[in-house]
Design a protein around this ligand. Structure first.
Ligand code: URA
Length: 201
């Protein structure tokens, strides 16, 4: 069986998962995107947002556009070089205005992360990447443990790994565009991506 066939089977399992409340409320499952038979790098984000839930694809909203811009600047081809997944496959949200049906993203809950973890770990086992990019604190802590913090470990291969596979953490684009608004941090983000490019070429 090819990696793609194994992932297709896993996706079917995932589509039948309603273990937590967001599974029952999703518009689309966001399983992941990329060619598992050719890539050697998996990028793990946090969770789908509004656009991802609507389109069923990872990183296609504002954060995704920012990520795409910086990947391009660093010379990384999202479609050719990466398989992109999230720690959660469904959008975590709260209802902001029930009359207008306005939803707002929220961070994943512990029980949601636990319910979805096996899917993420199976995706990694199937794709078997040489390098894992952990995009943001949530992905970093989910895979490598809560003692790590993105501001301290981003951009270095020093001590992160998952079952013998190298891992490297980068800031989450949403953190850069919605919270810090710092040219300095954007520069660090680009430097980290350029370093990743040097590792995968
Ligand atoms: N943020 C994420 O972490 N993942 C997505 O797919 C979109 C936004």
């Amino acid at each position: 069986m090819t990696k793609q066939q194994m992932l297709n089977n896993l996706k079917r399992e995932c589509e039948n998962c309603y273990a937590c409340e967001i599974g029952k409320k999703r518009t689309n499952l966001v399983f992941g995107a990329g060619n598992p038979d050719t890539v050697s790098v998996v990028l793990i984000g946090e969770a789908p947002g509004e656009q991802e839930d609507l389109q069923g694809k990872p990183f296609v909203g504002k954060a995704g556009q920012f990520l795409d811009e910086y990947l391009q600047k660093a010379g990384i081809d999202r479609n050719k070089d990466l398989f992109i997944i999230n720690t959660l496959k469904c959008r975590p949200f709260v209802i902001k205005n029930s009359e207008k049906g306005i939803k707002s993203n929220r961070p994943p809950k512990k029980e949601e992360k636990l319910a979805c973890e096996t899917f993420m770990l199976k995706q990694i086992e199937i794709i078997n990447p040489k390098l894992i990019i952990l995009c943001g604190n949530n992905a970093l802590k989910s895979l490598c443990g809560s003692k790590y913090t993105i501001t301290k470990v981003h951009g270095t291969l020093a001590n992160l790994e998952y079952k013998g596979r190298k891992a490297i953490a980068i800031y989450h684009p949403s953190y850069l565009i919605s919270y810090v608004h710092s040219e300095e941090k954007n520069k660090e983000f680009l430097e980290d991506l350029k370093y990743i490019k040097s590792l995968i070429k």
